[in-house]
Design a protein around this ligand. Structure first.
Ligand code: PLP
Length: 641
């Protein structure tokens, strides 16, 4: 046990900063989860993996901790309840979970059951989300918010939801959508008794901050401008639907990094709310959308991967601002609806997988296998020069010697291109040069401010850890929008990591590479990792992936959903596997791409028969190959072993 080293690891990976009390490293150097936020009740992630492997479910594996979903819902609701009590606000907090953030059935089931006590509802934005969400029985008080662009069928579904007893609000995105409601009532006058409440989404001048800033403000794709709002209000009056019109909604984008943007938007929206009330509309609900940021890097700053406020600060500011504006305008305060998804979902799941191999470390073994000695006799002068540099580079001369080595290395390539150097000489030169680069980097790390060229060299020289997963499937936002997720090894934290690494996935795409990592002060270009040993698997965890990643997952290279496990913790500290779900088999992945699995098997059969008829394989081999191929269709595409 090396307590000092373990503490260093906690700081190096920042687990206590971004882990939010849900993750840590135990005193044996293993990464643990605290599903109930009680540090005396840990679950070692390695133990979960081992149990799943024993049950025949291999990595990559998505580990879910449903209790964390419950804890986040409770934190959100409690923050508002406390803020409401403290400022003697007359309305309530009513949370809804936005379906698009994680549409997996298992996940939404957890949201609905853990959210029951707090009266959590659902927010949907498309017809398919609508149909899925309709299947859940929500608590009596829960809201059912229908956002998104609508057609006749969508509006019809909202009437059906109301008929089913759901507190449905149809949020109008434009005059055309209101017209659809009016047409429906005109055509089917009886339907008025199942007419959902009406909401209006407004477009604010105020913008969010961070990556999604562009999706808000005046240029936003969503929401009614002030002129359009006035037009729709007029139409509501004419149609005598005032008593159905209950809600105003806005959303200024996901992952809002700065609290001042929230305050500004709330101030503007509350003012609109109050003015609309004063026009004679009896509103009672203000839906402030989602956007609460997750502190992925643990820095608690306004950086893109962070947020400079806590949940209680957010709730206090929202409640205070709405209360203040309503008081100033002399209107009753609304119930506050939040549609936060990311902050509810992100923490609950971790993708874990094994490292298959490491590329880019020193090639000592290979050199001896192929009989190359670096310090042997050389005919090329540039090789001798490189060797001299390798032996004599030091902390005092490393910049100059590194520059000299580049010259000699280039000379070697010129000689090779002109036919004056052999393949063996090229191999020797490459290896010596790489070793010089490693030494130069080592010396440069002593500098208080590393020179830019060595920062660039660092990126080139990293060891590439081949991890058994698809970035496009498991952390698509890291590929698509450079989002940072905390990544770290799950064991060995008693030992100092010795290699600087990037992580490459097993897709056939060079984009499948994680080369930016969270850091409290900056973005790290390399991740500190241990040299994996042949004796035990080296597992990596990708944390805080519960929001959006499963919804956006792409099946690039036909890698589909990975195995999943739900883990819970009881009061005595015993954890157990609640559910183990198999990922997508090759057959399932092919079927959704219009392959007919029976036709595929027939095609395998006829081609094997052909080979058999030509005496290339025996009848027995034909049968064996066919059985194997049929079996492979049932397996997952990820690597085994
Ligand atoms: N509500 C609406 C209308 C949204 O578009 C979104 C996502 O951007 C959300 C809620 C959820 O936002 P977040 O997950 O950032 O809380």
């Amino acid at each position: 046990m090396n307590i000092r080293q373990i503490q260093e690891a906690r700081e190096l990976y920042g687990i206590e900063d971004w882990g939010s009390g849900y993750f840590g490293i135990d005193d044996q150097g293993y990464v643990v989860a605290y599903p109930t936020q009680d540090e005396t009740l840990p679950v070692r992630l390695m133990d979960v993996i081992e149990e799943c492997v024993e049950k025949g479910r291999n990595v990559p594996l998505l580990i879910r901790f449903p209790q964390i979903i419950g804890a986040q819902i409770e934190k959100m609701h409690d923050a508002f309840t406390k803020a409401i009590e403290e400022s003697q606000y007359k309305g309530r907090h009513r949370g809804v979970f936005p379906f698009k953030v994680n549409q997996r059935h298992e996940f939404i089931e957890n949201v609905v059951s853990y959210g029951h006590k707090a009266g959590y509802g659902l927010e949907i934005g498309t017809k398919s989300e609508f149909m899925a969400a309709l299947g859940y029985e929500l608590s009596e008080d829960a809201m059912f918010i229908c956002n998104g662009f609508k057609d006749h069928d969508f509006v019809d579904m909202a009437f059906a939801a109301t008929a089913m007893g759901k507190n449905t609000v149809l949020v109008i995105e434009g005059m055309d959508e209101l017209q659809l409601v009016l047409d429906k009532i005109e055509k089917e006058p009886d339907s008025i008794k199942c007419c959902p409440d009406i909401g209006i989404r407004i477009r604010l001048y105020s913008k969010g901050s961070g990556k999604w800033e562009k999706s808000s403000g005046e240029a936003s794709k969503f929401g009614l401008t002030t002129i359009e709002l006035l037009q729709v209000l007029e139409k509501i009056k004419q149609a005598r639907l005032e008593d159905k019109f209950k809600l105003l909604h806005f959303h200024i984008g996901s992952q809002i990094t700065e609290i001042k943007r929230v305050k500004k938007a709330i101030k503007e929206a509350s003012r609109v709310y109050a003015k609309v009330c004063k026009m004679g509309f009896n509103l009672s609900l203000l839906d402030i959308g989602g956007g609460v940021g997750v502190d992925y890097d643990g820095s608690r700053t306004s950086f893109q991967s962070s947020a400079n406020y806590s949940l209680s600060e957010f709730a206090n500011d929202v409640v205070y601002m709405i209360g203040e504006v309503c008081e100033h305008e002399g209107v009753a305060v609304p119930d506050i609806i939040t549609e936060s998804g990311r902050v509810i979902a992100a923490y609950h799941s971790v993708v874990v997988t094994n490292v298959r191999k490491v590329q880019g470390t020193e090639n000592e073994e290979i050199l001896s296998d192929i009989g190359i000695k670096l310090d042997g006799k050389n005919e090329l002068k540039c090789l001798d020069e490189l060797l001299y540099i390798l032996d004599n580079i030091s902390r005092k001369n490393y910049v100059e010697y590194y520059h000299d080595s580049i010259e000699h290395y280039e000379e070697l390539f010129t000689l090779f291109s002109l036919g004056y150097a052999s393949l063996k000489e090229k191999a020797i030169g490459e290896e010596i040069y790489h070793r010089i680069c490693h030494k130069a980097l080592f010396f440069s790390s002593y500098e208080e401010h590393q020179l830019e060229e060595f920062e660039d060299l660092q990126k080139l020289m990293v060891s590439k850890y081949l991890a058994n997963f698809s970035m496009f499937q498991s952390i698509p936002d890291a590929w698509a929008i450079d989002q940072l997720f905390p990544v770290m090894p799950l064991s060995q934290h008693c030992f100092k990591p010795t290699l600087k690494a990037s992580i490459v996935d097993i897709t056939c795409d060079s984009d499948g590479c994680v080369d930016q990592f969270v850091d409290r002060r900056d973005v790290k270009q390399v991740l500190d990792l241990h040299a994996p040993s042949a004796d035990e698997p080296y597992y990596l965890g990708f944390f805080l992936v519960g929001a959006y990643q499963e919804s956006l997952a792409s099946e690039h290279n036909i890698f589909g959903a990975i195995n999943e496990v739900e883990v819970s913790m009881d009061e005595e500290g015993n954890w157990k596997i609640e559910k183990l779900t198999e990922g997508d088999s090759i057959e399932e992945l092919l079927v959704v791409r219009n392959y007919d699995s029976e036709a595929l098997v027939k095609a395998f059969q006829s081609q094997l028969q052909d080979s058999c008829s030509k005496n290339k394989i025996s009848e027995e081999e034909k049968a064996r190959y066919l059985d194997k191929l049929k079996g492979y269709l049932k397996t997952l595409p990820y690597l085994i072993g």
